[in-house]
Design a protein around this ligand. Structure first.
Ligand code: ZN
Length: 130
C-alpha cells in the first residue's frame, strides 16, 4: 500500500493533496459534504477504504462533516497532534495514512465524540435505496 506521492499528485486535486498529505484543513462551511444528508458511505479519497457512513453523521454546526463514530473502527487510526499550538487528536486512514481530520470529545452520545472530517478527504457513495 505504499503510494508514491508523485503519483498521488496526478490522482488527487491540489486541495485533496494538501489536506490528505500535508495535514491541511479545508475552510469551514466550504466542504461539499458538510450538509450532505443523503444515505450512503464515505470512503478515503486516496485509497477508497470505507471510513464513515451517513448513519453516524450529524450536524455539529462546526462547518465540517461530523460523525460520532467511524463506520469501520479499524479503518481509521488516531494520533496526538501538537501542531497549531493546540493538543488535538488527529484522524487518518489506517490503510494509506491520508489525513482525514480531527476527533474532539464534545460529540453526542453514545460515544461523546465528534469526528470532524474534511470533505475533500472523502468520497461519498449514495446507498442503493436512495
Ligand atoms: Zn486511505
Amino acid at each position: 500500500m505504499s503510494q508514491n506521492k508523485d503519483n498521488l499528485k496526478d490522482k488527487l486535486t491540489p486541495e485533496e493533496y494538501y489536506v490528505t498529505q500535508n495535514h491541511g484543513t479545508e475552510p469551514a462551511f466550504s466542504g461539499k459534504y458538510d450538509s450532505n444528508k443523503m444515505s450512503g458511505t464515505y470512503h478515503c479519497v486516496v485509497c477508497g477504504s470505507e471510513i464513515f457512513s451517513s448513519k453516524e453523521k450529524y450536524d455539529s454546526g462546526s462547518g465540517w462533516p461530523s460523525f460520532f463514530q467511524p463506520s469501520v473502527e479499524s479503518n481509521i487510526e488516531t494520533q496526538e497532534d501538537r501542531s497549531a499550538g493546540m493538543v488535538r487528536t488527529e484522524v487518518h486512514c489506517n490503510n494509506c495514512k491520508a489525513h482525514l481530520g480531527h476527533v474532539f470529545p464534545d460529540g453526542p452520545q453514545p460515544t461523546g465524540l465528534r469526528y470532524c472530517i474534511n470533505s475533500v478527504s472523502m468520497d461519498f457513495t449514495p446507498s442503493e435505496e436512495d
